[in-house]
Design a protein around this ligand. Structure first.
Ligand SMILES: Nc1ncnc2c1ncn2[C@@H]1O[C@H](COP(=O)(O)OP(=O)(O)OP(=O)(O)O)[C@@H](O)[C@H]1O
Ligand SMILES: O=C(O)C1=C[C@@H](O)[C@@H](O)[C@H](O)C1
Ligand SMILES: [Mg+2]
Length: 197
C-alpha cells in the first residue's frame, strides 16, 4: 500500500514570512492603536521574534517610561528611542512594535525606511483609542487636563506622517486575531504587488 502524501497549503503566516524575507515588520501608530497587542500575535503567526521598543527602552534604562519622562524629559526619551530602533533595524527579521512617537521622529522614520523595514500603520479613530487608553495612566503625554482632546490634537498632527507607512490597517472594535490576520494579508498583498512591478 502506498502512503498518501498531503501537501497542505501554506498558512497566511507562512506566506507572509516568506514574503518578508529578512525585512523587519514595524508597527506604527498612536497610543492605544494596538501596536503591542497585535504585534505580539502577528509575530506568533509568523514564527518570528517580537520586540516592543517601549519595553526594550525600559529594559535598557531600567526605568519605566513615566520615570524616564519625569527624570530626563521627552527629548532624551526620543534620543534613546532612536538609538534603540537604530540597533534593532540592523538585523532581522522580527516584528517590532514601536512607541507612538517613534515614526513621527524624522531620524527614526528614516532609519526604518533605510533598513528596508516594512512599516504598518494601525489606524484607529478617536473613540477606539480613547476607550483603550483611558483605562491606564502610563502614558506621560496624556497627563493633561483634557487627555481626550490631547489625543485628538496628536491625531491631527501625526496622522499625515503615519500615512507615509508602507501599509495601513484599520484597528477597530474587532477581535485582535482578526486585526492580526488583516496585517498578514496586507503584508502578502503589498509584497506581491512590489514583486509584480
Ligand atoms: N482589537 C482589539 N480589541 C480589544 N482590545 C484591544 C485591541 N487592540 C488592542 N487592544 C487593547 O488596547 C490596549 C492598548 O493596546 P496596545 O497597548 O497594544 O496599544 P499600543 O499601540 O501599543 O499603545 P502605546 O503606543 O501606548 O504603546 C491594550 O489593553 C490592548 O489589549
Ligand atoms: O505617542 C507617544 O509619543 C508615546 C507613546 C508610547 O508608546 C511611549 O513611547 C511614550 O509614552 C510616548
Ligand atoms: Mg505599545
Amino acid at each position: 500500500m502506498t502512503d498518501t502524501i498531503f501537501h497542505l497549503a501554506p498558512s497566511p503566516g507562512e506566506r507572509a514570512k516568506a514574503a518578508l524575507g529578512r525585512r523587519n515588520l514595524v508597527l506604527v501608530g498612536l497610543m492605544g492603536a494596538g501596536k503591542s497587542a497585535i504585534g505580539r500575535i502577528v509575530a506568533q503567526q509568523l514564527g518570528l521574534p517580537f520586540i516592543d521598543t517601549d519595553t526594550e527602552i525600559e529594559r535598557v534604562s531600567r526605568m519605566t517610561i513615566p520615570e524616564l519622562f519625569a527624570a530626563y524629559g521627552e527629548e532624551e526619551f526620543r534620543a534613546l528611542e532612536t538609538r534603540v530602533i537604530k540597533r534593532l533595524m540592523r538585523s532581522g527579521p522580527r516584528v517590532v512594535s514601536t512607541g507612538g512617537g517613534a515614526f513621527i521622529n524624522d531620524k527614526t522614520r528614516k532609519q526604518i525606511e533605510r533598513s528596508g523595514g516594512l512599516s504598518v500603520w494601525l489606524n484607529a479613530d478617536l473613540e477606539v483609542l480613547w476607550e483603550r487608553v483611558n483605562k491606564r495612566d502610563n502614558r506621560p503625554l496624556l497627563k493633561t487636563e483634557n487627555p481626550k482632546q490631547t489625543l485628538k490634537d496628536l491625531m491631527d498632527k501625526r496622522y499625515p506622517i503615519y500615512a507615509l507607512a508602507d501599509i495601513t490597517v484599520q484597528s477597530r472594535d474587532e477581535r485582535k486575531e482578526v486585526i492580526a490576520g488583516e496585517v498578514l494579508a496586507a503584508v502578502i498583498d503589498h509584497i506581491g504587488k512590489d514583486e509584480r512591478k
